[in-house]
Design a protein around this ligand. Structure first.
Ligand code: UDP
Length: 558
């Protein structure tokens, strides 16, 4: 088993290791990996033990980790293993409150939920049953927010939500400004759903129709550019909303016959049909190098194991309601992705902001994607294709409607001691505001500092208050290049890395484009346009000094 650092041990102890009724921890990290490996491999027909051992080896070596609900719940009474869900909301109280109930059950089991509120009639519209006046989608979102606040996920973290509204909804302005008030909707990320009609109107300057979803009537004609400006302004101030490119998402919908995709999970990396769920897992790229080279063989081997693991996990997972069970078993979506991308770049000596980093992203994700699909094809030969495969876009039988996703890996990267997802580092040393404050130290930096003779404790203390090490004289220039922080990397380079990954990812990519505190609203707009241009499925920006991210950034249990 790989050595777990202090942060990993703390996170595991506080959130993941099994406890008895009195709250006493009753398993070791090693036993956790064994529990998860055994529970998931139980789905295998032959060689259950051999497969369990292979899963255990990869998990305990921190080469591959599944999403948190799998680590927490596999082999326990609460056997729900997926992190990502999307639920439908129709324009009726019955639908809204039915979905609210299901949301509570999903949150309780450790999953996050996304919804499109676009079908709900706008503020001021008629309510025939009561002769009253409609209160609009934002008011109903508030109910979801309050409910989420009360339900801690399996007692270990609070639920997270994605709220989506079409740019053409008459209440779009209220939605865009919903998080402006401090502390409003703290359990929601927000995304405005856009499509070709919106972007055409931005480009041409022609009026853009706001349409009442209940009647189909155009109730207003507005300047799409002004809406985009408002979105950019709020994203500049608070980090929300982000954008979804629903046309791009639906161009890549693997099962268009089952319907149109309208929403994603909370962090945007998994567009799903209503009731679908997805189990994610991430390969730790920092463990996929050999000296200063990418170990392609090991990477491919780990991806093969990862896809098999997630396909098994789908079979042994329970789901909170029958509609979800049905939707999941129809398409069998899984999402293998990566974490520790920046660690890999450090190992092979590539700066995050360089063209070479984009080439590495492209090379790595192409290999991950090809290997994942090859594995899904083999699984189809062995176990049959996903049940609605004949209605899908695939010519060859495959076991899963999607195989790849880039997750944020907010917590599992802390267990793996890896940089989160495909993000650049926050700093080489900093205090992370979770579990009462954890000191995050970049091992690679310390190792290099010791080897190169510039390590000293005072230097680390000094670096702790910074968000960049670029102007620290004691650190050699070539080392500084390798440890560019999220603040050092220019926004367009963030977008370029995201795009390189997205081009090989079936689902979507979780990525935050960081902007300096002195960035303008126009700079945010420029990022949005670049994201649109480069074929992304969604985009989120965060300006340094804007309101701290609330949904997943702070300690959810504090
Ligand atoms: N998620 C959630 N609550 C949380 C963190 C994550 O519901 O506090 C869900 C959400 O759907 C998110 C997904 O888990 O998009 C993956 O997030 P991440 O990779 O950060 O999760 P991890 O497996 O590292 O805990």
């Amino acid at each position: 088993m790989a050595t777990l650092d202090e942060v990993a041990r703390t996170v595991l102890r506080e959130r993941y290791l099994r406890q008895d009724e009195a709250g006493t921890v009753i398993e070791t990290p090693d036993e956790l990996f064994r529990r998860v490996a055994d529970a998931v491999a139980a789905a295998e027909d032959d060689d259950v033990e051999g497969t369990a051992d292979r899963f255990y080896d990869a998990l305990s070596a921190l080469e591959f980790l599944p999403n948190s609900p799998t680590l927490m719940n596999a082999g326990t009474d609460l056997h729900q293993l997926a992190a990502c869900f999307v639920l439908p909301i129709e324009d009726s109280l019955v639908s809204i409150f039915e979905t609210l109930k299901r949301t509570a059950l999903i949150h309780q089991s450790g999953g996050g939920t996304g919804f499109s509120f676009s079908k709900i009639r706008p503020v001021g519209d008629v309510v025939a049953k009561t002769g009253g006046v409609a209160s609009g989608p934002v008011s109903f979102m508030r109910i979801f927010d309050v409910a989420t606040e009360q339900i801690k996920q399996g007692g270990r973290r609070r639920g997270a939500n994605m709220g989506v509204l079409d740019a053409s909804h008459p209440d779009v302005r209220a939605f865009v400004t919903a998080k402006h008030e401090a502390d409003a909707f703290r359990n929601f990320n927000l995304s405005v759903a856009t499509d070709a009609a919106f972007w055409d109107a931005v480009e041409s300057g022609e009026p853009y129709d706001l349409v009442n979803p209940r009647t189909g009537e155009t109730v207003d004609r507005v300047d799409a550019d002004a809406i985009l400006d408002l979105i950019a302004e709020l994203a500049w101030a608070t980090g929300d909303p982000g954008l979804l490119f629903l046309d791009e998402i639906n161009t890549h919908n693997p099962t268009p016959a089952l319907g149109r995709i309208e929403a994603t999970n909370p962090c945007g990396e998994v567009p799903l049909l209503p009731y679908e769920a997805c189990i994610l897992g991430s390969v730790n790229l920092g463990e996929m190098t050999d000296g200063d080279k990418i170990d392609r063989e090991k990477l491919a081997r780990t991806v093969r194991l990862g896809v098999r693991f997630l396909d098994d996990a789908l079979d042994v997972s329970t789901f909170p309601v029958a509609d979800i069970e049905r939707a999941v078993s129809r398409t069998r979506k899984v999402g293998v992705g990566v974490m520790g991308f920046h660690d890999m770049l450090v190992d092979i000596g590539v700066a995050y902001d360089s063209d070479e980093a984009v080439a590495v992203a492209d090379e790595v994700m192409q290999l991950v994607s090809e290997t994942a699909w090859e594995t899904s094809r083999r699984l189809a030969e062995e176990r049959g294709p996903f049940p609605v495969w004949s209605e899908s876009v695939f010519d060859d039988p495959v076991r899963n409607a999607t195989t790849t996703t880039i997750a944020p890996t907010g917590t599992i990267s802390m267990i793996a001691g890896a940089t989160a997802g495909i993000e650049p580092i926050y700093n080489v040393v900093y205090e992370k505001q979770v579990l009462g404050g954890l000191e995050m130290v970049n091992d690679r930096f310390v190792e290099i500092a010791k080897a190169r003779g510039f390590y000293d404790e005072d230097l680390l203390t000094d670096l702790k208050d910074r968000t960049s090490i670029q102007d620290v004289d004691a650190i050699p220039a070539d080392v500084k290049r390798l440890f560019q922080t999220a603040h050092d990397v220019p926004p367009e380079r963030h977008v370029a890395v995201q795009a390189a990954f997205q081009h090989h990812v079936d689902n979507a990519v979780s990525k935050t484009v960081n902007l300096p505190s002195d960035a303008s609203v126009d700079d945010v707009r420029t990022v949005f346009l670049a994201a649109r241009d480069q074929g992304l499925k969604g985009i989120t920006v965060f300006r340094s000094g804007a309101r701290p991210e609330q949904v997943l950034g702070d300690d959810p249990l504090k």
